[in-house]
Design a protein around this ligand. Structure first.
Ligand code: UDP
Ligand code: MG
Length: 339
């Protein structure tokens, strides 16, 4: 039986310091895997530091390394998609470039894969090096999305996971532009299994996800996987309308009993401001969904590739993408054609 293949996909944005520290750890783990041919695909997500050069150097010394450079920074989700799209054989495993997802656990993921699980995901027990604000907002987010979404999105679970060939194939068919990967992995289904682990602090550098970016990320998650907020707007509208009706009855009865002395400026202001606020919130909500619909309708590719060099290729020539090869982009990724 030919060896099964496992490709580690690592998206990096300005990780020139971290990659040289991560790579030996990955190699040590891959060397120790029995009966599995391990490869690595590093994706440079529009880095402005020496990340790409570092990747090229790693690829030059190790034939297991494939390198992919996007034409600009597309964000982690698109970068991961680009990397996963290049895996056309065997399973794939996603890790962060900063060493927060310990590569030493890979054999445990592989063991579960070999037991028949398709989606083995790391669940964080402890998160080192992250402030209470990040931890508590993350915890709240997972609770909220867990309630709002019908797709199972396990709590405290990031992108650190192994996908079997069929899960990977299925994921490749989801080409939406607004990619909330944690949800997409869950949407795919198949046999899944959590693997608890201790999340360490970053080896070097700073997190690329500040609070504002995380907030937007949360909005992305909720709007991609739930329409509950839209329905909530309906109920909120119904509730205010009922309250307004009761208030109206009271105003009429009061006027009938005591006459109308043209008072009530404060109540009027309160009602106008309240209703105005509620309407704006509801409009904003609809706007969030509409905006996403607009983005999707443009059908732009998810990412564009600058250079791609596959792992395990004999001639190590780089293949710049452009001109005639323009079809090699996100919508019709090589080896993963959308039906
Ligand atoms: N990353 C990326 N593109 C981006 C931002 C981040 O590919 O636009 C990568 C980054 O290099 C790292 C991973 O995504 O490998 C996670 O980022 P980070 O460690 O900054 O996030 P955190 O662990 O703090 O949530
Ligand atoms: Mg990190």
């Amino acid at each position: 039986m030919p060896a099964q293949r496992l490709t580690l996909v690592i998206a990096a944005h300005n990780e020139a310091m971290a990659l040289p520290m991560l790579h030996p750890r990955l190699c040590a783990v891959l060397d120790g895997l029995d009966g599995i041919e391990g490869g690595i695909v590093y994706v440079d997500d529009g880095s402005t530091d020496a990340t790409w050069q570092v990747m090229l150097d790693l690829a030059a010394t190790d034939s297991r390394v494939g390198v992919l450079r996007l034409s600009r920074n597309f964000g982690k989700e698109a970068a991961l998609t680009a990397g996963l799209d290049r895996v056309d054989d065997g399973a794939a495993m996603i890790l962060d470039a900063d060493g927060q997802d310990p590569p030493e656990l890979i054999p445990e993921f592989v063991a579960l894969w070999q037991q028949g699980y398709d989606n083995v995901y790391g669940t964080r027990l402890v998160r080192d090096g992250e402030g209470w604000l990040k931890r508590s907002t993350a915890a709240t987010f997972y609770r909220v999305i867990g309630r709002l979404s019908r797709t199972p999105i396990p709590a405290d679970t990031g992108d650190f996971r192994l996908l079997s060939p069929r899960a990977l194939q299925a994921l490749g068919q989801l080409r939406e532009r607004h990619r909330f990967m944690k949800g997409l992995f869950g949407w795919v289904g198949f046999k899944r299994k959590a693997l608890p682990y201790h999340r360490h602090a970053r080896m070097v550098g700073n997190s690329k996800f500040g609070l504002w970016k995380l907030w937007n990320f949360a909005l992305e998650g909720i709007t991609s996987f739930s329409t509950v907020p839209l329905r909530a707007a309906t109920y909120l509208g119904l509730a205010t309308a009922s309250a307004a009706f009761l208030f109206g009855v009271w105003v009429i009865v009061k006027a009938a009993l005591y006459g109308d002395r043209v008072a009530g400026y404060p109540t009027m202001m309160v009602v106008i401001l309240f209703l105005g606020g509620v309407q704006l919130i509801a409009l904003g909500l609809i706007g969030e969904y509409l905006g996403r619909l607009y983005e999707e309708s443009k059908q732009r590719p998810l990412y564009l590739i600058d250079t791609w060099q596959a792992p395990f290729v004999a001639d190590s020539a780089l293949h710049p993408i452009g001109g005639e090869q323009r079809d090699d982009h996100g919508t019709t990724a090589v080896g993963r054609q959308v039906p």
